[in-house]
Design a binder for this molecule. Structure first.
Ligand SMILES: Nc1ncnc2c1ncn2[C@@H]1O[C@H](COP(=O)(O)OP(=O)(O)OP(=O)(O)O)[C@@H](O)[C@H]1O
Length: 282
């Protein structure tokens, strides 16, 4: 598809399951024949129960898992399955566990500066600092954050910092693997607002969540996965309103208050005035 940003075509992933000695004892088909197309600036939500293959899909796209079959193309060109290759092609991943991306021994300024310097080798120090301040502003943090270490921030703010770090590589696509699941419900709403803002700015999102309400808030299209396969995909609201696959029907039926769409997030929003988060953010 010529105009697609990301084109995943017939992707299979098989894991070797090993015993304690490291010997492969069986194979697990984690992804089977996954195909999806994501347009520029579009947000697609990926839902499915635990073990359905959502993280494997994300990790395969960014080169952390090697597929046994299929193609991943960015701008119509094959994306090499290597660590770092996705970043060079404008794809960044945002994890649930931001501790993985934030070095606790470095200040936020240092964390951001390392990435900016890598991406813009010729940029002068003062300009890099300005760039870091601008990235912090984009995620709702002020320049003061530069001098502090990650542990000085709340969970929601640390997730903001890891988003700023991802944005430092000037990506076009953010692959978000349960980026709000580890946060309090009130903070979740604020981080979701941030993703909605980023989407309005033109970033494409592949947004993985087990929470249908979250996907409904962020993504115009939805992909439903079960047992490593896509069982349904389409417009998010239409799919939630009239799911056609029995598994999607089950997911919708078991989602709390989803029958009254919007209510869940409206209630989350009403509680999003978390003083701790607000105080530290500004
Ligand atoms: N490195 C691995 N080695 C072997 N099996 C794995 C590995 N990673 C995942 N799996 C298995 O692959 C299947 C898909 O896992 P995956 O983590 O992709 O699902 P998921 O939908 O993201 O689940 P969750 O929501 O719990 O993160 C599961 O059966 C899981 O146990």
């Amino acid at each position: 598809m010529a105009d697609a940003l990301l084109d995943v075509d017939g992707l299979d992933v098989v894991y070797d399951i090993r015993d304690a000695t490291g010997r492969a004892v069986r194979r697990l088909h984690a992804l089977s024949d996954i195909s999806l197309v994501l347009e520029r600036g579009e947000a697609i939500g990926v839902v499915g129960e635990s073990g359905s293959g959502k993280s494997t899909l994300a990790r395969t796209i960014v080169g952390l898992v090697t597929p046994t079959k299929g193609h991943i193309r960015i701008d119509g060109k094959e994306l090499p399955n290597r660590r770092g290759s996705a970043a060079r092609h404008g794809i960044q991943m945002i994890f649930q566990d931001h501790t993985a991306t934030l070095n606790p021994f470095q200040t936020v300024g240092r964390i951001l500066d390392e990435v900016i310097a890598l991406w813009r080798p010729g940029m002068a120090k003062q300009q890099r600092r300005q760039q870091a301040v601008s990235l912090l502003g984009k995620v709702g943090l002020d320049a003061e954050a530069l001098e502090r270490h990650p542990h000085a921030f709340s969970g929601g703010q640390r997730q903001r910092i890891s988003i700023a770090r991802a944005l430092a590589t000037e990506p076009r696509l953010l692959i978000c693997d349960e980026p709000t699941s580890a946060l309090d419900v009130s903070i979740q709403a604020q981080i979701l607002d941030l993703f909605a803002d980023l989407k309005r700015e033109g970033y494409a999102l592949l947004f993985i969540s087990h929470n249908l309400a979250v996907v409904n808030r962020i993504a115009e299209r939805i992909i439903v996965m079960q047992g490593g396969r896509i069982v349904e995909q389409g417009d998010t609201s239409a799919t939630i309103r009239t799911p056609s696959h029995p598994y999607t029907r089950k997911l919708v039926a078991s989602a709390p208050r989803l029958s009254d769409r919007g209510t869940l997030l409206a209630s989350v929003q009403a509680r999003s005035d978390n003083p701790e988060e607000q105080e530290k953010t500004r």
